[in-house]
Design a protein around this ligand. Structure first.
Ligand code: UDP
Ligand code: MG
Length: 330
């Protein structure tokens, strides 16, 4: 694939860092974001490209990005054909990034750009992945968001084989050899926070404190977060299937003891016709349990179904630095 390279004299020997920024309805944040990045990179001896991935924005985000693209050769963009989701947008950005390292960060300036310098230092010291996690609860998030976030990390750590710190963010530096690995992933519902942990390599965690969103609103409602938590836990583990099998086993074992107890008490003449309440309670409980178990199995089946279709995770509508012929190859 043909890519335009930075041709400014004297910059060729500098290592290039690709910054990937997924943006969904961030029109007022784009120019400020670019300004902040330019500030950071003017102080260090690295070249950079800033790849905005417009994830089906319904506001003026794409135009704002195009303006920046016209103003600076560092700014590039990929426009997705609709809203695919943040992880899919990150995947699209990673596909076209060609820096020595990739940095993923949010467009709303909740991820302090000044941290980039520290990330690069750790990378130069031999780390392949430098990721960030919130130092303490996010002061700018609602209480239910902080509680559900903690609950999410507890659950995913319990149910899957990867261990994630509380409040891991999508703000991280990834060496290009790790990016090459991540590009091989071909899974439906990609979950980068998990995938990046899963690939291994030398990883370094650094704490950060998120600032308030600069402008606009979060794209994640309580329902969307719930769905995300379920999806990402399940795409990382089949342990819930083992867990429900175990629960089923425990209950059927219990009934092995319960049925003789009923029979014996019947023949000994202890049974009365009462017991309606306990009967209904048992039916309701087991009915609920069966639905729950079926639901979990069904969700895995749904994932298999989606994966079996082999659809692309995202579709690119246009991009700043490829011509029409190249676009077909994506
Ligand atoms: N985002 C995206 N696609 C989506 C939702 C969000 O590209 O469907 C981007 C968004 O523009 C931002 C980042 O992902 O750059 C984080 O989103 P947001 O700030 O809404 O999430 P929060 O910080 O509240 O977790
Ligand atoms: Mg945000």
């Amino acid at each position: 694939m043909h890519r335009y390279h930075n041709t400014i004299p004297g910059t060729k020997s500098m290592k290039k860092i690709s910054i990937i920024i997924p943006a969904h309805n961030e029109e007022y944040n784009i120019s400020i974001m670019v300004g902040e990045l330019q500030k950071v990179f003017s102080g260090i001896n690295y070249d950079f490209e800033c790849i905005f991935v417009d994830d089906g924005s319904t506001d003026n985000t794409l135009n704002a990005i195009k303006v920046q693209n016209a103003l600076s050769s560092h700014v590039k963009y990929v426009e997705l054909s609709r809203n695919f989701g943040k992880d899919q947008a990150l995947q699209a950005g990673m596909e076209v990034a060609d820096g020595e390292a990739v940095i993923t960060m949010d467009a709303d300036l909740q991820h302090p750009p000044s941290l980039i310098i520290e990330m690069i230092k750790h990378w130069e010291n031999g780390n392949d992945v430098v990721y960030t996690h919130r130092e303490k609860a996010n002061a700018h998030a609602k209480i239910y968001q902080n509680i559900s976030s903690r609950l999410f990390y507890k659950t995913i750590n319990l149910l899957s084989d990867i261990k994630m710190e509380d409040g891991i963010a999508d703000y991280r530096l990834i060496d290009k050899k790790v990016v090459a690995q991540l590009r091989q992933f071909n899974e439906y519902d990609p979950f980068f926070r998990g995938m990046v942990k899963w690939v291994g390599f030398k990883q370094k965690a650094i704490p950060y404190n998120p600032t308030a969103r600069l402008s606009g609103e979060t794209s994640y409602s309580a329902y969307k977060l719930f769905k995300l938590a379920l999806n990402s836990t399940m795409s990382f583990s089949v342990r819930p299937l083992y867990a429900v099998t175990l629960i089923g086993l425990v209950f059927s074992l219990a009934s092995v003891f319960y049925i003789p107890y009923i029979l014996i008490s019947h023949f000994l003449g202890y049974t009365q016709v009462s017991g309606w309440a306990s009967l209904i309670a048992t039916i309701a409980f087991f009915g609920g349990l069966q639905l729950f178990v079926l639901g979990i199995i069904g969700m895995y089946l749904g994932k298999l179904f989606m994966q079996a279709k082999q659809r692309p995770n995202y579709i690119i509508r246009s991009a700043s630095y490829v011509n029409e012929d190249d676009l077909i190859k994506f």
